[in-house]
Structure formats: C-alpha cells, structure tokens
Design a protein around this ligand. Structure first.
Ligand SMILES: [Zn+2]
Length: 335
C-alpha cells in the first residue's frame, strides 16, 4: 500500500518535472502567456498565444518529453547499479536495506513509467506534445489555422483507433488496459475538439475591428481624482480596470481596483491617482483589426487598450484577462 502511494507521488513529481521542462524553455524564449480571456462586450473568447515562430513552439514542446526521457534514463541507470550491487545481508547498509526491503523495485518501475509517459506524449495527436510538434512542423510550411486543423483531426483519428483497440481488447486489466485506453481516447478527442473550437473563436474575430469589439460605455476616471474617491467610486462599479482621461478625454493611463487598494496601504487617501496609475498612452483606432489590438496587448502585457477617435479622445476600451501560464503545452498531467 505504502509502496503504491509513494510510487504514484513520485510519478506526479516526474510529470511536474516534465511540465517544468516546458515552462523553463518557454521562459527562455520569452513566452509567458498561453490562455487569455477577452471580454468583448461582456463575452468571453478563449485565445491561444502560440509562439509566432513554429521553431520556438517546437523547442518548448520538445523540452517536456526531453526531461522525461532523461529522467527515465537516469532511473534506469540507477536501477541497473542497484541490481548489480553485491548485497551484504549480514551487516546491510542503508542502500542494501532499501534493495532487500523490495522498495528498490520502485526505481525500475518509475524508469518504465517515465519511458511510457515520454513515448505516449510523442503520439502525434494534437493535445499531446507529439501533436504540438507535428503542428509546429506543419506550420513551417502551412498557415497556422490549417496546420492546427490537420493536427487536431489526426488527433481525433488516433483517439478513435485507441478507443476501438480498447473496446476490442478482452484480455482484461493489464498494464495499458482497455479501460485506460478508452479513457485516454476520450481525453484526446475532447482536447482536440477544444483546440478546434478555440481556433473557430479566433477565426470569428477575423475581419472584426477594435471598434466592433470594444466596450463603449466604460467607467473612466480623471487624473486628479484622489485614491479615496476612486475607491468609493469603484465600490459602486463592476469594472476592474479604468482608463484615466485628461481634461479633453484623451487616455493618459490606467488604474485597476487592486492598484488603488495597494496604493492606499502606503499612501494617504488624498493622493491623486495620476501618481499611481500605469501611464500607458498606446492606443488603437476604431478600424484597427481586433486581432492586431490583441497581439499588441499580449506583446506589451497590457491588461486593456484604449480605442480612440481621430482626435485622440476615448471611444471605448478593449480588455484582456491573462491567466497564469500553465506551461506552453501544459495543463493536464498527461501532457
Ligand atoms: Zn508535455
């Protein structure tokens, strides 16, 4: 019992190291955000920030399985050295006792599990790393949308094959049993579908302008408003981020609810929000394609973007809510 629990815990550690592999490579390449939520007119659109350079996506994705294979190799070497060890039964040391107790078998088991995990992840079915690598390779020649569609469809094909092989398997519970296969097939199918849906939503933004997607009657603040009044004002509003406008209505910065609350723990209530606002004067026009605006926000890590008229006065705002990156190919433990 204790053996199984510890093995499962160590398997979780292995998976975490795999995800860390993705995460560190992503950080090295300067990719921080993967999933974003866009609130255009109150709606939510899931977007995907995939490195523009397919080569980067390939590197980030390959880093996970690379960690897993290195781990499997190291564990295998450790297992070999434990097995070839001459045990001293009469005066056993710590390592001897580890082997004699049977716990030493865990090393070999974890090596096999990591090897299986690594190979499984390389199946070219889209939500899996193999599928992402496949997509990245396709994207070097094809347009991104087309590459994703092909990779997702291949993933769903693989899911069907896996499910059928599970249904036809009557050998009962075994290492990679029928039930597990059907469960994984279901996971692959639904994840591939989610990828396709995200893509559809993204395509839905094609041809749309910032003016069409912006929030028109956002609450705004003046730069001289005090922190205390801003706090009172925000208490009566559902908005979380506010554009700060100058006297003629041109955006000069932003404040969020959190920024005001944090500032109030250090500064007096009479301090003008101009002192604490995020002075960001970048904006887009109403006719800017919304995808261009989103890319600008992601690139500069702006939580929101002002949409202005030709005279520079605020027309509306676009908002993005970045979720913490779970690793570029990450999320579930299977990845
Ligand atoms: Zn992975």
């Amino acid at each position: 019992m204790a053996f199984s629990v510890v093995t499962i815990l160590l398997l979780f550690v292995s998976v975490a190291l795999h995800e860390l592999g993705h995460g560190l490579e992503a950080l090295r390449l300067g990719v921080g955000v993967r999933n974003i939520t866009l609130y255009p007119m109150g709606g939510i659109a899931w977007m995907e920030r995939i490195p523009k350079n397919p080569w980067h996506e390939l590197r980030i994705t390959a880093a996970g399985p690379a960690v897993t294979f290195v781990l499997a190799g190291l564990l295998w070497l450790l297992d070999q050295s434990l097995e070839s060890r001459t045990l001293s039964v009469n005066s056993p040391g710590l390592l001897d006792r580890f082997v004699l107790s049977g716990w030493g078998q865990m090393v070999g088991l974890l090596a096999t599990m990591n090897l299986t995990l690594g190979i499984f992840n390389l199946i070219p079915a889209l939500p899996l790393d193999g599928g992402r690598i496949f997509r990245a390779v396709l994207a070097m020649r094809l347009e991104h949308v087309r590459a994703t569609t092909i990779a997702a469809r291949v993933g769903q094909g693989a899911a069907v094959l896996l499910a059928v092989s599970g249904l036809l398997d009557n050998s009962g519970v075994q290492y990679f049993g029928a039930g597990i296969r059907i469960f994984i097939a279901f996971f692959i199918w639904t994840s591939a579908q989610a990828e396709l849906n995200a893509l559809k939503r993204k395509k839905g933004l094609e041809g749309r302008t910032a003016g069409e997607m912006m929030i028109r009657n956002a609450a705004v603040l003046g730069p001289h408003v005090s922190l205390a009044s801003a706090q009172t004002f925000m208490a009566g509003s559902a908005q979380n981020i506010y554009p700060v406008l100058d006297s003629v209505g041109r955006p000069v910065g932003w404040v969020t609810r959190t920024m005001v609350e944090t500032a109030l723990t250090q500064l007096i209530g009479g301090t003008a929000i101009r002192e604490v606002m995020l002075a960001q004067v970048e904006y887009v026009g109403e006719h800017t394609p919304v995808q261009e605006a989103i890319e600008l926000m992601l690139e500069k890590q702006y939580p929101a973007l002002a949409v202005v008229e030709t005279d520079g006065r605020l027309r509306g705002i676009l908002m993005i809510n970045a979720t913490p990156a779970a690793g570029p190919a990450g999320g579930s433990g299977l990845n």
